[in-house]
Design a protein around this ligand. Structure first.
Ligand SMILES: Nc1ncnc2c1ncn2[C@@H]1O[C@H](COP(=O)(O)OP(=O)(O)OP(=O)(O)O)[C@@H](O)[C@H]1O
Length: 272
């Protein structure tokens, strides 16, 4: 993708198998929304090949749009419509929609069905976006920063919903988020986009391995905090136990989280 003379995306080679949940991560301006909008058919790419559910998004066939679900970062609709009416209205556009009452329940908006969408809070508004995205039982769901503004309970419920849709219905999900714990919880694989280039793609463990991030063992010795990075924490703890001749005070094993790995990758790219 090129805006003017500037390459915004270059060589983003990526296959997402059916049924996978893939999280696309990257700093602000890395090109995540641009990538998603190209795949959704909302932005015409400058070059390269794209196939989504077997179709080029720039030349979709008749029922293609009905097979994908979209939750964009911002969405314009009819602010005076009631939530329930809006969902019932959009359900009519789909060949085999979910029951609108079920969708309201799934996203936790049952009590707001008679409220106009303009009166919803930020997090409730986002739930409505998610409701509209899953209404048509899409095979592939695009979620662009879906939980922005969600409180912790709503976030947990949303995670359970995505897990259900993916595990029970085999829905493929492409998610962008700045919440690394969310990506770690939901995604089978994580792709990291930095300045328009795909810097890495894999499971949390594979990404940590790719930058040789090690676990760290922490303990107290004679009341003094000690720590040691190690590729074999079990072996290290075993030898420490033998050396100390018994239980290890204050023992902690810290494995690299996705956040640790991500921040190191961003730092490495910045210093290159
Ligand atoms: N219509 C446009 N014309 C010119 N440049 C654009 C346009 N849309 C996006 N860009 C630029 O392309 C780059 C990628 O933007 P994009 O919105 O895809 O990033 P992002 O990774 O989704 O960021 P964020 O995390 O902030 O949502 C940015 O530098 C942005 O300024």
């Amino acid at each position: 993708m090129r805006y003017g003379s500037r390459d915004t995306l270059h060589g983003v080679d990526l296959d997402i198998p059916r049924g996978e949940v893939l999280a696309l991560l990257g700093p602000n301006g890395a090109g995540k929304t641009t990538t998603i909008e190209i795949l959704e058919g909302f932005r015409r790419r400058s070059g390269g090949e794209v196939s989504v559910l077997g179709c080029d998004p720039d030349r979709p066939d008749g029922d293609w749009r009905g097979r994908i679900g979209i939750v964009m970062q911002s969405w314009r609709d009819h602010p005076r419509w009631r939530v329930g009416e809006l969902i019932e209205h959009f359900a009519r556009y789909h060949a085999d929609p979910r029951d609108p009452a079920e969708v309201l329940r799934l996203v936790g908006l049952e009590e707001h069905a008679r409220q106009s969408s303009a009166q919803l809070s930020g997090g409730q508004r986002r739930r409505l976006d998610v409701a509209l995205g899953i209404l048509g039982r899409p095979e592939l769901l695009f979620l662009d920063e879906p939980t922005t503004g969600f409180d912790p309970v709503a976030r947990r419920e949303f995670h359970q919903l995505v897990e259900r849709l993916s595990q029970e219905e085999g829905m493929t999900v492409l998610l962008t988020t700045h919440d690394l714990a969310e990506a770690e919880r939901l995604a089978d694989r994580i792709a990291i986009l930095i300045r328009g280039r795909l810097a890495a793609c894999g499971t949390t463990a594979e990404l940590a391995e790719s930058i040789r991030a090690q676990a760290e063992v922490r303990w107290l010795e004679d009341g003094v905090p000690r720590s040691e990075p190690t590729a074999d924490p079990s072996g290290f703890v075993w030898s420490l136990h033998n050396r100390l001749g018994g239980p290890i005070p204050g023992l902690e094993v810290h494995r690299p989280t996705l956040e640790d790995t991500y921040l190191r990758m961003i730092h490495q790219e910045d210093t290159q």
